[in-house]
Write a protein that binds this ligand. Structure first.
Ligand SMILES: Cc1cc2nc3c(=O)[nH]c(=O)nc-3n(C[C@H](O)[C@H](O)[C@H](O)COP(=O)(O)OP(=O)(O)OC[C@H]3O[C@@H](n4cnc5c(N)ncnc54)[C@H](O)[C@@H]3O)c2cc1C
Length: 450
C-alpha cells in the first residue's frame, strides 16, 4: 500500500450528504470505497424515499459550504450551475425578529447559496462519483455489520439487493451514514456492548412545506424571508427561500399544539397568521407547485459513542447517526460536511502512524466533541425557552437567554458584532469568540440596561 493508504476497502452505509462527503474523505486513503444505498438514485436532482426531509427548506450554512468546497474544489460553481440563488448574508434574507421587523439590513461580506436539498445532494453525488475510487451502489440495503470472531472489529457488511438476495462485502472500515445509526446500534448489541448514552431534547416540532412559482411582481428588496414568533407564547415561525427554477419554498414550523397543518386551506391560513404579513403577501397569489409536505421531528439526539467501552475497530458512525439537530437551525448538512473534512484530515495524520484503523474511532470521537459543541448549544439554548421542551436545562439558562438577547441588540446596532454573530451561526467561528473580554464587557453592560 502507498503511504497515504490506511486500508484497501471501505464501505459507507447511506448516500445522503454525510455518506457522500465521507466517501470523498476516504477516497485518498483506501483503494476502493463502496457506498451502499437502499434507495434507487435518480440521474437528476429529485426527491427520494430515504430522505423525506428533502421536501422541506434546507439552508446550507457558510461553514457547510466551506467544508464542501474543501472536499470538492469549485463546489460553489456546481451549485450555481444547478441554478442556486446567491445570497449575501445580512442583505438578501429579510430577517423578522420580534422587536426588529426587519433586523438591520447590511452586507456582511459573506456569500451563501439557496438551492433545494435534492440539488445539493445531486451536486455532491456527481462530484463524489467522479472520483474513480468511489463506487455508488443503489438499491443495496445494509442488513447487518459483520463482526470478527472475537467481536473486537467490524470486518464486513451484509446487504440485500433489489430482488432480496443477500450478499456480503468484506471491508477494513465501515462508515455508518444511515441517519439513524441502526446498523451501528445493532452491531454494538450483537457484540455484547452497551448502547451509547444519549442526550436528547424533546422539541416536538412539526414542519409543513410548500413550493411556489416566484411571481413576476415579487418584491425586489429581498430574496427570502425568515419570520420568528414571539416565544414562548407562540412557536410558529417560517422560512421562505428561493430555489433553482425561479421557485420559493416555504417551510412553516411549530411545536406541540402549534404544529402547522398540511391541508391547502389550513397551510395558507397558517401563513396568514404568522407574526408579520410578509410571506403571506408574497405567496397569496403565487402558483403552488405540488402538495404540502409534512414532517414530524420529536427530538434532537446526540449519541455518546465516545463513551462506549472498546468501541469496535473498523466502524465509525457519522452525520445524523451521531447527532440529529433540531432542523430549525439549519445545521445538519453543514455539520455532516465538517465532520467529513475532520475525518479526511485525521486519516491524513494517522496514515503516518502504525495501525491507523485502531486509533481512528477514539481520535474521531474526540474531534467530534469540539465540532458538535457550537451547533448543539446554538440550538439547545433557544429550544429551552419553551417550557414544554423536554431535557436537562442548563443551570444558568436564564443568564444564557439574557446574554443572547443583549448580544442581538448589540448586533442590531453594530455591524462588526452583527457579522460575528452571523459567522458563529454559520459555523465559521466557535462560540468562544463571545467570551472575548471586550465584547463580553459590552454585552454585560447591555444586559444591565434590560
Ligand atoms: C424537516 C427537516 C429540515 C431540515 N433542514 C435542514 C436545513 O435547513 N439545513 C441543514 O443543513 N440540515 C437540515 N436538516 C438536516 C439534514 O437533512 C441532515 O442532517 C443531513 O441531511 C445529514 O443527514 P445524513 O446524511 O447523516 O442522513 P440522511 O440524510 O438521513 O441520509 C441517510 C441515507 O442512508 C440511507 N440508508 C438508511 N439506512 C440504510 C441501510 N440500511 N442501507 C443502505 N442505506 C441506508 C438512506 O436511504 C439515506 O439515503 C433538516 C432535517 C429535517 C428533518
Amino acid at each position: 500500500m502507498t503511504a497515504s493508504l490506511v486500508g484497501r476497502q471501505a464501505v459507507v452505509i447511506g448516500a445522503g450528504i454525510s455518506g457522500l462527503a465521507a466517501a470523498r474523505a476516504l477516497a485518498g486513503h483506501f483503494e476502493q470505497v463502496t457506498v451502499l444505498e437502499r434507495d434507487s438514485l435518480p440521474v437528476q436532482a429529485c426527491e427520494r424515499a430515504g430522505t423525506p426531509q428533502a421536501r422541506h427548506v434546507h439552508a446550507l450554512l457558510a461553514g457547510g459550504l466551506k467544508a464542501l468546497a474543501g472536499l470538492f474544489p469549485g463546489f460553489e460553481d456546481d451549485l450555481v450551475r444547478a441554478g442556486a440563488v446567491p445570497l449575501r448574508a445580512g442583505l438578501d434574507i429579510r430577517l423578522e425578529r420580534p422587536g426588529f421587523d426587519p433586523f438591520p439590513v447590511r452586507d456582511l461580506g459573506l456569500l451563501t447559496y439557496a438551492v433545494s436539498r435534492p440539488a445539493i445532494e445531486f451536486a455532491v453525488r456527481l462530484r463524489t462519483t467522479e472520483q474513480g475510487k468511489v463506487q455508488l451502489q443503489p438499491q443495496c440495503r445494509v442488513i447487518g455489520i459483520v463482526s470478527s470472531a472475537d467481536g473486537a472489529a467490524a470486518v464486513g457488511v451484509r446487504w440485500e439487493d433489489a430482488y432480496g438476495a443477500a450478499h456480503m462485502l468484506p471491508t477494513d472500515l465501515v462508515i455508518d451514514a444511515s441517519g439513524r445509526a441502526v446498523p451501528t446500534l445493532a452491531f454494538l448489541q450483537s457484540t455484547g456492548r452497551a448502547a451509547p448514552g444519549e442526550t436528547s431534547i424533546g422539541v416536538d416540532i412539526g414542519y409543513a412545506s410548500a413550493t411556489y412559482e416566484i411571481p413576476e411582481h415579487a418584491p425586489s428588496d429581498w430574496k427570502g424571508v425568515m419570520t420568528f414568533p414571539i416565544a414562548p407564547q407562540s412557536s410558529r415561525g417560517a422560512l421562505m427561500l428561493p430555489l433553482e427554477g425561479r421557485r420559493w419554498m416555504v417551510s412553516l414550523g411549530g411545536r406541540g399544539a402549534d404544529k402547522p397543518p398540511s391541508d391547502d386551506t389550513g397551510f395558507l391560513d397558517c401563513v396568514r397568521q404568522l407574526r408579520t404579513p410578509t410571506i403571506y403577501n408574497a405567496i397569496r397569489d403565487a402558483k403552488r407547485i405540488g402538495n404540502v409536505a409534512r414532517y414530524a421531528f420529536p427530538q434532537s439526539v446526540r449519541r455518546h459513542f465516545e463513551h462506549v467501552r472498546a468501541f469496535p475497530r473498523g466502524l465509525l458512525p457519522i452525520g445524523d447517526a451521531v447527532c440529529r439537530f433540531n432542523p430549525v437551525y439549519g445545521q445538519g448538512m453543514s455539520v455532516a460536511a465538517q465532520e467529513a473534512v475532520a475525518l479526511r484530515d485525521l486519516l491524513t495524520r494517522l496514515a503516518r502512524r502504525s495501525d491507523p484503523l485502531a486509533k481512528l474511532a477514539p481520535a474521531f470521537f474526540a474531534e467530534l466533541q469540539s465540532l458538535l459543541e457550537a451547533p448543539w448549544a446554538l440550538a439547545a439554548i433557544p429550544d429551552f425557552v419553551f417550557p414544554e421542551t423536554i431535557g436537562r436545562r442548563p443551570p444558568d439558562l436564564k443568564r444564557h437567554l439574557k446574554f443572547a438577547a443583549a448580544l442581538m441588540r448589540l448586533a442590531a446596532r453594530e455591524p462588526a458584532v452583527h457579522k460575528l454573530t452571523v459567522e458563529v451561526q454559520h459555523l465559521l467561528k466557535p462560540r468562544s469568540v463571545y467570551r472575548r473580554p471586550l465584547l463580553m464587557a459590552r454585552v454585560l453592560m447591555e444586559m444591565m440596561r434590560d
